[in-house]
Design a protein around this ligand. Sequence first.
Ligand code: ZN
Length: 413
Amino acid sequence: MMPIKSNLCPACNSQLWRHRSSCPVLKRILLQKDFKPKIKQELFGSTPPSVLVGEWNYPKVNVGLLLPQEQGNTEIYDAPKEWFNKRYNIEDVFRLRLNLFNAKKSFLTTNALNPDKYLQEMQIVAASTASADAEVVFEKRPFFALHFDPHNAPFGPSGLAKKIEITGDVKIDRKIEYVISDVDLKAEQAIKNLYREGYDVYNITKMLSVGLLGAKIQRKLVPTRWAITAVDSIIIKSLLNEVKQYQEIDQYMLFETNYMGNYFEIILMPKKWMFEVIEIAVPGADWMLGRKKPIIARDYEFYEGRKDYASNVAGGYYAAEIAVLEFLANIKRQAGVIVLREIRPEYYAPVGVWKIRECLRDAFKQKPIIFNGLDEIIKRIDERFLIKSNFWKEKSVLLNFIKRQKTIDGFIK
Ligand SMILES: [Zn+2]
C-alpha cells in the first residue's frame, strides 16, 4: 500500500477513500473520458462472480453484488491473476472495473447466520466459480463516486438496490460446497483446506466476507478489506509452520521485478526465517503532496512471526509475505527475506494489493541472481533504484540486526 497510514486518502484527506471532487488523483482518473459508464437504474448483467462487503457503519454493513451491464462470461472483471498475466496498466484496470455496478443491501454482520433471500443470493454468488446472470433494480439512480483504495480493486457506480435476483445458473464446486456445509469446521481450518485444494486467496476471501466459512455460530459478514488480510495471514501462518522445518538456503539470492511503477528487489539470505517489507515512495506523485523527500514505511518480523497487524505497510505486507512463503515452501527451504518496493510517480492511483501478490509470485518463477553477500546486493540495488540505500538502509531493522550479529560473532571469535 502507499506508505500512508489509516483510511485517509493522502491526496484529498477524505475518510475511507471517498475522494473529494478536488482530489487530484480522482481528477486524473476522471480525465479519461471513456472511464465513466452509462448509469442505469435497472440492470441485466452477469456477475463475474463478485461481491463486496463495505466497512462503513460496521457492524451494520453494505453487501454489494458487483456486475457489469453485460451478460455472458464476465470473469475478467474480477480476475487479478489474469490482469497481471495480461500486464494491465492502471488505466486498463480502471477502464474495466469502473463498469462494475455495486448493488448494495444493508445487513448486520450477524445476519450471515440467518440470511434473507437477498443475502442468500449474495452468498451463493460468493461461492460460485463461474459468472452468473443477474437482474438488479436500484432504489434510485446509482451514484458514481470512485472509492478506490489501496486494498480493493476499484469499482464503478453504486447504490442501494430494491431488487437483486440471480436469474442464471450458478456453479459451485463440490469441494467448496463440502467446506461451506461443514458447520463444525473452524474458519481457519476451512481457509487452509480450500487453499490446499488449489483455491486462491481471491475465491476464499469472497466466501469469508459473506460469512460462509467457520463454525456456524461464528459466521459473520466481514468487510472485504479485512477479509483479504485475514485470509492472507491464516495461509501465511500455515505456510510458515511448514517452511520453518526446512533448512536454510545456502547462498544469497536476489529476485527483481516491476509492475505499474512498483519496482521490487527481493533479497533472500541464508538465515533462519525473518521477514521485512520496506516501501520507498519516490517524490513526484500527487499523493505525495509536494513532499521532496522519499517517504519510507516498513514492517518486519523475526522467527516467531507477527503477533499484531503490520500497520505501516498494511495489506501489502501480507500480500508480499504469502508470495515469499509460497516460493520457500516450493523449494523446501527457509531464508531471511527483505522485500524492497520502490513506488515511483507512475503509480499514481491505487488498484489494490493483488498487484503485489501477483507480481511477486511471478518474480519467483524467474531465475534469481546469486551473490556472495549483502554488500554486493545493496550495490546492485543502488544501480537499479532511484532512491539510494543511504535513505533506507538505516531504517531496516533486519539489516541492523544482521550487522550487530556480525559484530558480536566477530567479537566472540
Ligand atoms: Zn482522494
